[in-house]
Design a binder for this molecule. Structure first.
Ligand code: SAH
Ligand code: MG
Length: 945
């Protein structure tokens, strides 16, 4: 098979559209409402103005948490949206990523910006930073009007962008903004005062008295607001703990945080960038190290500044923020908002902290999206979109990149092998708008440009993870091909996510080993960039070591449980309720309700940590923690299961549970364990195809086709008839191979199947795909138990997964008709091996020590794979039928199959017989002159027309 790949050029630095910028910042919190605006035209007749509706125009209202803008009217909805986004960016002072100011120009703009921040106009504006200035102006004495420099550096995005133009390092180390602000401020010494230690800035001349007076009135009530925050000690020995910040609206909140950190001066508080959602105000606050305050050298730098804090690195805070943070830190969500002048705050709980940690790993993002931290797992395989629950792999990958401040991932679609690559079909695109299925090409061309082509092409997807500066961190190029671009993208994304998940959970796996596994995932790593950009390794290990310390109490308690350990890691398993016989099987979608609790045995203590009333997942792809799946596989609908485990890590427990203090005390009890209660409420049956996809790779249907193609190639046949061609999967595939086939025909009894087959073949032929020998293609309608003399004596016949759809006597009749009157040189017949259903439909394959009769019972309880199947044969039945048939008509027969193996019980999943004619065609008594046509031609194609 020849493969033509499209080259993907090195990614250009992508320019983000205004909408993309808004999306990065606000995600789902940005609402676009587009309304039609009827244009009213005046007729040319004076005095008689009859309103007429002109072309429709659109106006877009963009609602953000902080402001709302309304665009002008546009002819296209798209333009109205982009315009609204642009207006919002302007108002918010967000400079698009690609500002092309020179460092010198940026330096000048920075000075101007700082001057503006201390203007009267700014003070009464809706900027969050003006909220800080107003609050400090209400303070008494020395501190009145002094703004900590760290506040200026984090509250104004424009300052950040300008500093980034001066020094791109700012992106990875935002504390570098501080020296630039200091330097710019010193240039404004006639207007601004700066503290000796460079920790605050103040306007020299006071603001007008009337403004100050109105500010005093504006100040809120004395009432105390209790804001929940958490303290992250720098010592790993100490637990993360909840703290309550008690603040009145009259006070400046940073003073209260400074207090909590044991500081007298709020100006010595340093503030991290936003953590978590881009639109939140969750930040880490910590005391500026003494060395930093004394060190003046950083202001005299020459564009090569670094800010390095001395002190004990706070590993957990660093992992959360990606910034170097020293000493104890307070994590709080508090700030001034635009629009409203009130203090905005949200509680940050221990639970939220652990959720934030969890949300940095691919598996964690998936668990959070499913709201099932203690049950869901990132599946190892993507079968179909219909079966996928939770955020889709591509979206998880985008979220992951945002979490780690990487560029949006770059996906390249490679068509394979049917489309000839051209310059314009370059399909490098960004998934900037992950909520949207439409794929935007970086070069503006549409990937789905040719609807005729897209159906018959196969696609591969290659991905790149890039740092914000465009350095390649990872390249993932899986070999698998898909019919749909989206499948290629989702599967490739999942592959990359699975490896990244390993990387994050590799507490015990040495990196060398991980590095090796990357090869199996078709991933190339730049280790230097990986370590720099995606902080996993060391710091998360430490977080987990901490987690494990809490877990000492969860040592295995097997001596307690005399009961059977049917499932790994599970003890005291009880399944209650009558067996309804409706059981989950591989590929099916069971729906459970469950609750998970911490219990202290003997003490009657129980704390529910996670409850879920409706949780559906696909069996066989690792979508849940393995022991949950194993237990569910033993249940039938209507039953309840109870069991205990000791396998949870405490970070998961804290992330799901409410009251952290209570959990901590429970966990420290020796006899504490985790108890699951699961009820199986329903099971969605697996359609045969889905099951075949879920269990076999490549899918069983594809393996059958490949088996047939192999024989066709070897036989050097020139004509072929596909008995029961259905929607033409084999015929279509044949066109991809350069076989020696000149005439290809298919016959089926189903109009519906034939119509689909004709459509598929048309698309392929339109795209110019035929193997070079093919002269004609033809589809017949008819029953394969009937003969058609036009097809007598052809070279090869195929009959894949058809006979079981006929009554058994009809199937037998087909065999005789095929070998006695059609007389192909070779006939390939496949049908399900009923014995294999034990594997497909039961939780575990029969073990060796099980009694023979057990096997029989197990087999008897199996269902057919498809409702339309009239029978499914065991190997013995199939061999008997085929051997007798071959003997009757002087054919030889060999047995084979696909899925599984002949030597391993219970044999192949699909069993196949290959019949070969032992006599030459001339011996045949049947004469070509006997016209006996039972088939109707319903579609035909000839190469020479
Ligand atoms: N061979 C195809 C389709 C298998 S499904 C594949 O491998 O994908 C079974 C097909 O057999 C259906 O399309 C059904 O319409 C067809 N079929 C069932 N009984 C038939 C009969 N008596 N004559 C012709 N086709 C029949
Ligand atoms: Mg079938």
């Amino acid at each position: 098979m020849e493969t033509k790949e499209q080259r993907v050029v090195a990614p250009k630095k992508p320019t983000l559209t205004p909408k993309a910028i808004i999306h990065q910042k606000f995600g789902k919190n940005a609402y676009y409402v587009v309304e039609e605006v009827k244009q009213v035209c005046q007729t040319g007749c004076p005095g008689l103005s009859i309103p007429q509706t002109g072309p429709c125009l659109y106006r877009c209202t963009l609602q953000l948490p902080e402001l709302t803008v309304v665009s002008e009217t546009f002819k296209k909805k798209k333009d109205a949206e982009q315009s609204a986004a642009e207006m919002a960016i302007e108002k918010l002072g967000i400079i698009p990523e690609t500002t092309d100011l020179t460092p010198q120009e940026a330096q000048e703009s920075l000075v101007a910006r700082i001057a503006y921040l201390f203007s009267e106009k700014f003070l009464i504006s809706d900027h969050p930073l003006s909220g800080h200035i107003r609050a400090t102006l209400r303070r008494k004495g020395d501190h009145c009007g002094s703004i900590p420099i760290s506040v200026i550096s984090v509250c104004d995005p424009k300052i950040f962008s300008l500093c980034k133009c001066i020094n791109p390092e700012v992106e990875s180390n935002p504390f570098l903004v501080l020296p630039y602000v200091v330097r710019a401020t010193t240039m404004l010494h006639e207007f601004l005062a700066i503290s000796e230690q460079h920790s605050w800035i103040r306007k020299l001349n006071p603001y007008p008295q009337d403004i100050i007076e109105s500010l005093m009135e504006e100040g809120g009530s004395q009432e105390c607001i209790r804001v929940e925050a958490i303290r992250i000690p720098s010592s790993m020995e100490k637990h993360v703990e909840a703290v309550t910040l008690c603040m009145s609206l009259r006070e400046y909140y940073l003073d209260i945080i400074a207090n909590e950190l044991g500081l007298e001066d709020d100006a010595n508080v340093l503030i991290s960038r936003n953590i978590g959602k881009a639109s939140s105000e969750t930040r880490l606050f910590f005391a500026a190290p003494q060395s930093y305050l004394l060190d003046q050298s950083f202001i005299s730098g020459n564009g090569k500044e670094t800010v390095h804090f001395e002190g004990s690195l706070n590993v957990r805070a660093r992992y959360l923020s990606g910034q170097d943070i020293v000493g104890d830190a307070i994590l709080a969500c508090i700030g001034y908002t635009r629009k409203s002048r009130d203090l905005f705050y949200e509680d940050v709980t221990v639970r939220l902290y652990f959720r934030m940690l969890l949300g940095k790993t691919p598996g964690g993002i998936y668990k959070l999206s499913r709201e099932a931290l203690l049950t869901a797992e990132l599946p190892s395989r993507f079968t179909t979109r219909v079966n996928w629950r939770g955020s889709l792999p591509r979206d998880i990958l985008c979220m992951f990149c945002r979490q780690h401040r990487l560029s949006e991932p770059l996906f390249s679609i490679i068509s394979h092998p049917l489309k000839i690559p051209t310059e314009s079909s370059e399909s490098c695109f960004k998934a900037a708008d992950s909520g949207n299925d439409m794929i935007e090409c970086a070069n503006g061309a549409s990937v789905n440009g040719s609807p005729n082509l897209s159906d018959s092409e196969m696609f591969k997807c290659e991905m790149k993870l890039l740092s914000k500066c465009g350095d390649v961190i990872l390249l993932c190029s899986p070999k698998d091909c898909y019919k749909k671009q989206n499948d290629a993208i989702q599967n490739a994304s999942l592959k990359l996510l699975s490896w990244l998940n390993k990387y994050f959970n590799s507490v015990t796996t040495p990196f060398d080993q991980l590095y090796e596994t990357a090869g199996n995932f078709s991933i190339h790593i730049s280790s230097k960039n990986l370590f720099r950009e995606i902080l996993a390794g060391q710091s998360i290990q430490n977080c987990q070591i901490y987690a494990m310390q809490c877990n000492k109490s969860l040592e295995p308690m097997c001596e307690n449980s005399s009961l059977d350990m049917l499932v790994n890691g599970v003890y005291n398993l009880k399944i209650e309720g009558p067996d309804s016989g409706i059981c989950p099987a591989n590929g099916s979608l069971p729906c459970i309700s469950y609750s998970v609790s911490l219990v202290v045995e003997n003490e009657n203590m129980k704390e529910v940590i996670e409850v879920c009333n409706e949780f559906e997942f696909e069996i066989g792809v690792g979508a849940v923690i393995s022991y949950v799946e194993e237990v569910v596989m033993q249940m039938s609908v209507g039953q309840d299961a109870y069991f205990n485990t000791n396998l949870l890590t405490s970070d998961l427990i804290f992330a799901s549970a409410g009251d952290s203090a209570k959990i901590l005390s429970l966990l420290s009890s020796k006899a504490c364990c985790v108890e699951y209660e699961i009820s199986l409420t329903k099971v969605a049956e697996p359609p045969e195809e889905r099951m075949e996809q879920a269990l076999f790779s490549p899918p069983l249907s594809k393996q059958r086709v490949e088996f047939a193609v192999q024989h066709i190639l070897e036989s050097r046949a020139t004509n072929l008839l596909d008995f029961g061609c259905g929607s033409g999967s084999l015929l279509e595939s044949l066109l991809n191979y350069s076989t020696s086939l000149e005439k290809i025909a298919g016959v089926d009894i189903s109009q519906k199947g034939l119509t689909r087959a004709a459509k598929v073949l048309n698309l392929k032929l339109d795209a110019g795909v035929t193997s070079k020998h093919t002269k004609s293609l033809i589809l017949y309608e008819g029953s394969i138990t009937n003969f058609d003399s036009r097809l007598h004596g052809f070279d090869i016949g195929t009959c894949l997964e058809v006979i079981e759809h006929m009554e058994e006597d009809q199937a037998r009749l087909f065999g005789d008709v095929a070998l006695s009157v059609f007389c192909p040189k070779i006939l390939i017949v496949s049908t399900p091996n009923f014995e294999y259903n034990v594997v497909l439909q039961k939780s575990s394959p029969p073990t060796q020590d099980q009694e023979e009769s057990d096997d029989q019972n197990l087999l008897q309880s199996c269902k057919f794979r498809n409702n339309d199947h009239k029978f499914e044969w065991t190997r013995e039945q199939f061999i008997q039928w085929a051997s007798e048939l071959a003997a009757r008509h002087n054919y030889s027969v060999e047995f084979s199959g696909v899925g599984g193996s002949a030597d391993v019980e219970p044999g192949f999943a699909s069993q196949i017989a290959v019949f070969k004619r032992e006599w030459s065609h001339e011996d045949n008594v049947k004469k070509d002159t006997d016209i006996d046509n039972h088939y109707n031609v319903i579609w035909e194609w000839n190469s020479n027309k």
